[in-house]
Design a protein around this ligand. Structure first.
Ligand SMILES: C[S@@+](CC[C@H](N)C(=O)[O-])C[C@H]1O[C@@H](n2cnc3c(N)ncnc32)[C@H](O)[C@@H]1O
Length: 309
């Protein structure tokens, strides 16, 4: 029984490509192998940092902005959407043509403080920018606060935006392996291709990943530190080796730590001077084999980063 996706032009074109053994254009970008990756760390306001970055130079922006719910001293911005519209505009400018931009946020805080939730950002992005919305990812965590007046919240959202429709996306890099029993059963099914079964399954846009608890070994002290597992999935699928990942609300510097492990360059900025303390702790936790390949640079030397060359 056909469903709507059988008539979707994109799906039909992808199937034709697959049958001919060709790759989608998103995977044809050159994968720059590099010997050393470079990571810049700056104590700087997000807009000041963005203004320093050349047009079309960044492959992936990981953006986990303040939530505007007074969680910490930094978590307050008047006229939130107006302020956010400025960094969203700059993000569009610095992103490469096949680049990706992900924004973390929640829908739970609607109307709390000057409209600082993801709904108001998505509405602004839809109405006033050229960004293409590729996916809304639901990050479902099993652990969290209890509630009495509503169902306890167990998810946060990640909006994945692209500058053009020819965005880079490496699904194979983040497929999830089937367990042996499922593999065995699927391989008996003549309609399924054995190579596809071996590659693993699409992780879908619902990601069940535990939030870091207080005593997690990943913790470096930042109150809203994101788990490496999420950042890794984003970096591996939406950027390629040798490209640059930017995080202008860097917090614990987890994006740079994962970029180092995955052989990407990175730029991390945060207006809190604790960025340097967190950077040190993150990099101390890395395996020596990654450290020996990484070039770490700070404020006054940031122009040594490859995107400025
Ligand atoms: C939600 S946290 C980011 C957490 C980070 N993703 C992590 O996993 O550790 C937001 C960060 O934005 C920073 N911040 C807030 N306003 C800023 C601004 N105008 N410019 C630069 N950084 C800012 C805060 O200091 C805070 O560390």
């Amino acid at each position: 029984m056909p469903n709507r996706s059988h008539f979707n032009k994109g799906h039909i074109a992808l199937n034709v490509l697959k049958k001919k053994g060709n790759l989608h254009s998103s995977l044809k970008v050159k994968k720059n192998k590099i010997d050393k990756n470079t990571h810049a760390f700056l104590k700087i306001d997000c807009l000041h940092l963005l203004k320093k970055i050349p047009d079309n130079s960044i492959q992936l922006i990981i953006c986990d902005p303040p939530y505007n719910i007074l969680m910490a001293k930094w978590d307050r911005h008047k006229n939130y959407t107006d302020w956010a519209s400025e960094w969203i505009k700059e993000a569009y400018r610095v992103l490469s043509l096949d680049g990706n931009f992900v924004i973390f946020g929640g829908l739970q805080y609607q109307g709390e403080q000057d409209g600082g939730d993801l709904l108001s950002l998505i509405s602004h992005i839809r109405n006033s920018t050229k960004f293409n919305l590729a996916n809304l990812i639901i990050w479902n965590y099993p652990n969290g606060m209890g509630a009495q007046r509503f169902f306890a919240n167990r998810h946060e959202e990640i909006v994945w935006l692209t500058k053009t429709k020819k965005y880079y996306f490496d699904l194979d890099a983040v497929r999830i392996e089937y367990d042996e029993e499922t593999k065995r059963l699927y391989k008996k099914d003549k309609r399924l291709r054995p190579e596809s079964i071996d590659k693993g399954k699409n992780p879908t846009n619902v990601w069940q990943i535990t939030r870091l608890n207080g005593n997690s070994i990943e913790r470096v002290g930042h109150p809203t530190q994101k788990p490496k597992e999420i950042i890794k999935r984003l970096i591996k699928s939406l950027s390629y080796e040798g490209s640059t990942v930017l995080d202008f609300f860097a917090g614990s510097c987890v994006s740079s730590a994962v970029s180092c492990e995955e052989n990407r360059n990175s730029i991390s900025g945060d207006y809190d001077s604790k960025i340097f303390k967190y950077q040190k702790l993150q990099f101390k936790k890395l395996d020596k084999k990654f450290l020996s390949k990484s070039n770490q640079i700070f404020e006054n030397e940031f122009k040594k980063h490859p995107i400025f060359k």
